[in-house]
Design a protein around this ligand. Structure first.
Ligand SMILES: C[S@@+](CC[C@H](N)C(=O)[O-])C[C@H]1O[C@@H](n2cnc3c(N)ncnc32)[C@H](O)[C@@H]1O
Length: 261
């Protein structure tokens, strides 16, 4: 049965029997998105129905949002439209590793993946206001930045880079196994294309009484294959007497940048 919930300035339609929703995460959704600035690019690998993606877009960020569950993706699109930010949310439905690999793939994306790049903005200038679909595997549900969204972004920071050139934040909210997905970043970012600082990764995890932030950092480093400098742990909430949910934030190490294709 479909229902509607509110989180601060956003409204979400959902069916509890089909998608993930946890109202106890409301404060965390707001805490994290409050770190984002208008014009930044955000990548949400486990987006659900959009409780990070939609507030981020409402702030004027451009969001690549992905989820494996087709029902989550259907509601994510519905909610992006419902909150009038669909031009700023580029939705994907695939495994998170494949999503990162394709998003960073210059050869598949260079020709037709439309982020908010200069050339596409020029193209959009020639077209009537509205939204157009893109014919590319990872970008096929993306829209060119036209109409209201373009105006909104022009008020913030343009041009926005292509995903293989720059992403500001990556959200990984799958606490039971997100740490294992850090291997997604080992072999995809190319130094010759990347511009500016590497992304801040926000990876959710559980920490049990038998574990420490040091042992969790070691797990993250093993998956990533590189040392993590200055990891920051934020306690989100207790989920059981001996288990708490945390957000591990860190800047992706420079060592993740590949020298050649
Ligand atoms: C804990 S929920 C988080 C949803 C949302 N970000 C939130 O904060 O409410 C995790 C989401 O990851 C999705 N998921 C699980 N495994 C996945 C995978 N391998 N690739 C992409 N998404 C996945 C699930 O469908 C679910 O929507």
């Amino acid at each position: 049965m479909e229902t509607e919930v509110k989180q601060y300035g956003a409204r979400f339609k959902l069916d509890y029997s089909l998608v993930y929703w946890n109202s106890r995460l409301e404060h965390e959704h707001m805490r994290l998105t409050s770190l984002f600035k208008p014009g930044e690019t955000v990548c949400d690998m486990f987006a659900g129905i959009g409780p990070f993606a939609i507030p981020a877009a409402q702030k004027g960020c451009f969001v690549y949002a992905n989820d494996l569950n087709p029902d989550s993706v259907r509601y994510l699109k519905i909610n992006a439209q419902f909150n009038k930010v669909d031009e700023l949310v580029c939705v994907h439905n695939m495994d998170a590793r494949k999503f990162i690999s394709q998003l960073m793939n210059v050869s598949s994306g260079e020709s037709d993946l439309q982020s908010v790049a200069d050339d596409k903005t020029k193209e959009a200038d020639k077209k009537p206001s509205g939204v157009s679909e893109i014919e590319n595997e990872v970008g096929k549900e993306c829209k060119t930045i036209e109409g209201n969204a373009k105006k909104r972004l022009k008020q913030t920071v343009l041009p926005i880079a292509k995903p293989w050139e720059h992403i500001d934040h990556v959200i990984m909210n799958l606490p039971a196994s997100a740490l294992e997905f850090l291997d997604s970043f080992s072999n995809v970012l190319q130094r010759k294309y990347w511009k500016g600082p590497l992304p801040l990764i926000h990876c959710y995890c559980f920490i049990r009484a038998s574990e420490t932030t040091e042992s969790i950092t070691a797990v993250a480093e093993t998956a990533l294959k590189f040392h993590i400098q200055d990891p920051v742990f934020h306690r989100v909430r207790d989920v059981a007497p001996n288990k708490a949910m945390f957000c591990l934030s860190f800047r992706l190490p420079e060592a993740c940048l590949m020298e050649e294709d």
